[in-house]
Design a protein around this ligand. Structure first.
Ligand code: BES
Ligand code: MN
Ligand code: ZN
Length: 507
């Protein structure tokens, strides 16, 4: 899809489709009003017949309005003007994108950028529209013999900005929207792929393909023998149960000054989680193919960084394994030695995510990171605590937690912080080792984070539990691509922060 930014009057657009907003009840948005005035109230006269009163979700497609330059006008319901917030704007953008896709128009000029969203500028709205259009176009039909939608004609979208001087910011917003959408798409595709195809080896190949596409990316894959040599006893304990060899994938994005410390993203890559010897119940077990969505979001975010050529250093670390029961699988009661030297009693083999992450966190120490963020579909308990809207956030460094909250709000990919108090740590006590890998029924998302915190003492660290947010269950089952928008925004904010600091230093 091609996106172009333009400033100009709606009545002067010679286009296949003009997209205009209508508030409840039948109040016209500014551009709609202007168009209506030039064409003798053509729109308000039509609306008076009652076909659209402006509720969110409504749309009305009009053809060949007399004397106009456009072939179609697509009116989009925008709800009450006073109520228009981030969430409603996204709903409006996604309804508009779906409605546009169903027209026969090959291009369209979109004026929804003139809607007044509290606290949001034009560039924010442009980015949301770009992301919504790409989301609406997403299909996962690579493995269906008959494709879902054979005919999609829309090829070009022109986004209006109210003033010419907003063009450069609008164009940057388009670039960001496209890069984030491409990262989200990669993350969804990998998440949705079945576990017989999306193996640890496949994830490593995907990282290699990404490095082939972008010269700023370099990849290195550690094999099980390498991990053995390093002493990653926890990671290997999980990997051993599977016939698929485990991999530790390292992607290096270097595009900042060599003296700048890297941001490290660690993504849980369990390509299928049976639970191991502590086998999961059968119902819905297919969804455990999504247990590598943290890994996929790291690949998606690095893709976005590389496409935007952000002046930063970012490292992606992905422990990729399959959690299977088998003759070589670990047993409840096994004690393993982690890379950090701390010993772990594996009381439940289904708490495998923390075992592969802890060794990867220790491994991250050698890169002297500016900050480490791990992303993991870690606990069912997080879904119980927060539902499926925010990612669970934990951090040992309040400014980092705050930066992630800010980024999540801006990107509409929000987090909610849970406590990482010392009080919970004793739930991990073991009679036989330095710690157990489970902390009992209570506060399961928190004790999992407490476990990880023991391996993140040497750097600023945050943990995102994305168990409730990485995919949708039920009829619309599928990966969401989250938290690629959040992570990309976090990194965009770091670029802006560095520029501010450098500016100050120069004075
Ligand atoms: N991958 C699961 C967490 C999960 C469960 C994500 C359901 C999404 C939906 C993780 O490896 C796991 O099995 N966690 C256990 C931990 C428990 C054994 C302490 C859980 O949440 O039940
Ligand atoms: Mn598990
Ligand atoms: Zn898991």
């Amino acid at each position: 899809m091609e996106f172009v930014v333009k400033s100009g009057n709606p009545e002067k657009q010679r286009t296949a489709c003009l997209v205009l907003g209508v508030y409840e009840s039948r109040r016209l948005a500014p551009a709609t009003e202007q168009f209506d005035a030039v064409y003798n109230s053509a729109l308000s006269n039509l609306l008076r017949r009652g076909d659209l009163d402006g509720k969110i979700g409504q749309s009305l497609l009009l053809f060949n309005l007399a004397d106009t330059l456009c072939e179609r006008v697509l009116l989009i319901g925008c709800g009450k003007e006073r109520d228009l917030d981030d969430r409603r704007f996204r709903q409006i953008a996604s309804h508009a994108a779906t409605a546009l896709n169903e027209t026969g128009a090959t291009e369209a000029v979109v004026y929804l950028t003139d809607l007044a969203v509290r606290g949001r500028e034009t560039d924010w709205k442009i980015r949301q529209i770009v992301e919504a259009v790409e989301t609406a176009r997403y299909r996962c039909d690579a493995l269906k013999s008959k494709k879902d939608t054979p005919r999609r004609l829309l090829r070009k979208i022109i986004l209006s900005v109210p003033r010419r001087r907003e063009l450069p910011e609008g164009e940057q917003a388009v670039r960001e929207g496209i890069a984030i959408a491409a990262g989200v798409k990669l993350t969804k595709d990998l998440g949705n792929l079945p576990p017989n195809l999306c193996t640890p080896t496949y994830l490593a190949e995907q990282a290699q393909a990404l490095a082939g596409e972008f010269p700023t990316l370099r990849v290195e894959v550690l094999e099980e023998a390498d991990m053995e040599r390093l002493g990653m006893g926890a990671l290997l304990a999980v990997s051993r149960g599977s016939a698929q060899p485990g991999k530790l994938i390292r992607l290096d994005y270097r595009h900042g000054l060599a003296t700048r410390k890297p941001y490290v993203l660690v993504g849980k890559g369990v390509t299928f989680d049976t639970g191991g010897i502590s086998l999961k119940p059968g119902e819905g077990m297919d969804e455990m193919k999504y247990d590598m969505c943290g890994a996929a979001s790291v690949l998606g975010t690095l893709r976005a960084c590389a496409e935007l050529q952000l002046p930063l250093n970012v490292i992606g670390l992905i422990p990729a394994v399959e959690n299977m029961p088998g003759g070589r699988a670990s047993r409840p009661g096994d004690i393993v030695t982690s890379l950090s030297g701390q010993t772990i009693e594996i009381l439940n083999t289904d708490a495998e995510g923390r075992l592969i992450l802890c060794d990867t966190l220790t491994y991250a120490e050698r890169d002297e990171p500016a900050a480490v963020v791990d992303i993991a579909t870690l606990t069912g308990a997080c879904i119980i605590a927060l539902g499926r809207h925010p990612h669970g956030l934990f951090s040992n460094h309040p400014p980092l937690a705050h930066a992630l909250q800010t980024a999540g709000n801006a990107a509409c990919d929000r987090v909610w912080e849970l406590p990482l108090w010392e009080d919970y740590q004793e739930q991990l006590d073991s009679n036989f080792a330095d710690m157990a890998n489970i902390g009992g029924k209570e506060g399961g998302a928190i004790t999992a984070a407490c476990f990880l915190s023991r391996f993140a003492k040497k750097f600023h660290w945050a943990h995102l539990d994305i168990a409730g947010t990485a995919w949708k269950t039920g009829k619309a089952k599928g990966a969401t691509g989250r938290p690629v928008p959040l992570l990309t925004q976090y990194l965009l904010d770091r670029v802006a922060e560095t520029e501010r600091e450098d500016g100050r230093a120069a004075h």
